[in-house]
Design a protein around this ligand. Structure first.
Ligand code: ARG
Length: 578
């Protein structure tokens, strides 16, 4: 099962081969010309030089050859030359109808299980123990969880790992602070929230205080039993808080590992690197050069050990790769991390390639960086007071706004308190997630709570509203289960929505190939809009002709299914009613 574009491309590839033109030029795209034609092939233009003919003549040869094949007779309504040599294509309605039937009868709506038998690790979330989670962690979690769902849908065995920051100097800061306080009782979340900023501020001001923190970090990393015991206690408390946040967001992790889980691999890894002269001493530290001769800008060496023997972020990331390869044997590891850590990952990837830890042909290491979520001032988003915005506060803020919006739009009116709250929660999460996912991953975006919670425009709430609206239409029509799509009959009114439905596999494939959920956001929004105009332009429930009515309802049903599926892939839950 393939998309219409893929299907047509195959036909043209055969023709290009027959005419001895480059197969790669046979690609068919959805036409951007609107009414003029439905699909286009620009391959005649691209092949003119090789064919030593005018593009117009090459296009004519291609069209003649396509028409020669009697099998193609039922497919094309019109196939003609546009401009200097573009090939414009319009399909027979019956062909489109058949394709929609196939898509809707396919259990994956045309998506191939290309990942079957492959394990893939997704590294996202990355909260740091004892520190408040901030909007950077929000982006990582939202994008990461969407990618997990997308890969899973394509048949991959996905393993998502939260990779908590639980092993660096902040751990020593807390341990030394507790020691200075003489505290050894029960640690609570509130206490941690106070202790860490206090300790961090003290370390910033006072070298001696920082030395204490470093010493405690080193001891912890060496396995000091007292420190380890205290560390375990506050890790557990911190994880409890983190879990609550991710539950509210509906973000899932298969593994709750941290930087500390890489520890058992570090000594052997370092000894091995030293033995092979890949790691060398420099100013008391142990470093690993990773630069290449053809580097355009300087890539500094990776630091494995500080002069006091403590390990760093890069060291744990390298060792984590050893752990992941051993435990999951993945064909791919994707890191969904702030774009500003790009250099760090470049160093780590180079280092594991040089060391042979992760051979390039065995595991694909992918850095899927994301841009910053900014405030209206264009600077990284902060609270009014200029502090870090806690994730929990952000969610509460979105919920409050969603409740207001529901009131304004007179939605969820006749619901009891509990259901209303539930709907407001779903609207809030849809708003937050969609506002984030709709942007090209690497670009920065401005956090605008008013815009993202609106029921109009390219927002999560708008899509929820459309999905609920189609659902209620189907309910009214008495369609609870799958209706037979065999009676599909399209005409001028519903051709556009049918063609758009057939595009789904193309957008899904682009989203997965580029690790870019925004491609699915664009498609979902277009689908919702197209549905809205289809719904506005024709009779559905009141259509007297039974055949036409069933056909239109079938299109409604397919639109609903695809919209719901995409929202699910984006991690957005839809209320039953609104
Ligand atoms: N804890 C890190 C941070 O807050 C993110 C971790 C990303 N993942 C990784 N394998 N380094 O910046």
């Amino acid at each position: 099962m393939s998309s219409l574009c893929e299907h047509l491309t195959k036909i043209f590839e055969t023709v290009f081969e027959q005419l001895e033109l480059p197969r790669a030029n046979a690609k068919i795209n959805v036409s951007k010309q609107g009414q003029n034609c439905q699909f286009q092939c620009n391959g005649a233009m691209a092949s003119a030089k090789i064919a030593r003919k005018k593009p117009h003549d090459v296009a004519k040869d291609i069209i003649d050859q396509v028409k020669k094949n009697t099998l193609n007779k039922d497919i094309f309504k019109e196939i003609s030359i546009g401009g200097p040599g573009f090939i414009n294509i319009t399909l027979n309605d019956s062909f489109i109808e058949n394709h929609i039937k196939e898509i809707s009868n396919d259990k994956k709506y045309g998506i191939k299980e290309s990942g079957e038998g492959q394990n893939i690790v997704l590294d996202y979330g990355g909260p740091n123990i004892a520190k408040a989670m901030h909007v950077g962690h929000l982006r990582s979690s939202i994008i990461g969880d969407a990618l997990r769902r997308i890969y899973k849908y394509a048949g991959y065995n996905t393993i998502s790992d939260i990779h908590m920051g639980d092993w660096g100097t902040p751990m020593g800061m807390i341990l030394s602070e507790l020691e200075l306080m003489g505290f050894d009782g029960e640690i609570t979340m509130d206490m941690l929230a106070e202790i860490y900023p206090k300790a961090a501020a003290a370390c910033k001001e006072d070298e001696k205080r920082l030395a204490l923190a470093r010493e405690a970090t080193r001891k912890l990393q060496e396995g000091d039993p007292t420190y380890t015991q205290t560390w375990k206690k506050f890790i557990d408390v911190s994880i409890e808080g983190i879990k609550k946040n991710f539950d509210a967001l509906g973000v899932h992790f298969d593994e709750w590992k941290g930087e500390s889980d890489a520890h058992p691999y570090i000594t052997d890894m370092i000894n091995d690197l030293k033995r092979r002269n890949l790691a060398i001493e420099s100013d008391g530290a142990l470093i690993m050069p990773v630069s290449k001769e053809d580097d355009k800008k300087e890539i500094p060496p990776l630091i494995l050990l500080k002069s006091d023997g403590a390990v760093l972020y890069s060291t744990t990331d390298m060792a984590t790769i050893i752990d992941r390869i051993k435990t999951y044997n993945p064909s791919k590891i994707i890191y969904i991390v702030d774009q500003r850590q790009h250099l760090h990952f470049e160093q780590v990837f180079r280092a594991v390639h040089i060391a042979g830890i992760a051979p390039k042909d065995k595991v694909d290491l992918v850095f899927a960086g994301f841009g910053t979520m900014n405030g209206s001032d264009g600077k990284p988003f902060k609270t009014r007071a200029g502090g870090v915005m806690r994730l929990s506060d952000l969610i509460s803020m979105a919920k409050e706004k969603a409740t207001l919006r529901l009131n304004e739009a007179a939605l969820a009116k006749d619901m009891d308190e509990l259901e209303r709250k539930n709907v407001a929660h779903k609207v809030a999460i849809a708003a937050l997630k969609f506002a984030d996912l709709r942007n090209d991953r690497v670009t920065d975006y401005i956090f605008d709570i008013d815009r993202m919670t609106s029921f109009e425009g390219k927002t999560g709430p708008y899509l929820l509203y459309q999905a609920v609206r189609i659902q209620s239409l189907l309910r009214k029509a008495g369609i609870e289960n799958q209706i037979e799509i065999n009676s599909l009959k399209i005409d001028d009114i519903d051709r556009d929505i049918a063609l758009l439905l057939s595009e789904f596999p193309d957008h899904f494939n682009n989203a997965i190939n580029q690790n870019s959920p925004h491609i699915l956001c664009d498609y979902a929004y277009r689908l919702a809009q197209e549905f809205s105009s289809f719904y506005g332009n024709c009779h559905i429930l009141s259509e007297p002709d039974k055949k036409i009515k069933t056909s239109r309802l079938a299109l409604c049903q397919q639109s609903h299914k695809q919209l719901c599926l995409i929202l699910e892939l984006l991690g957005i839950e839809i209320p039953d009613r609104m």
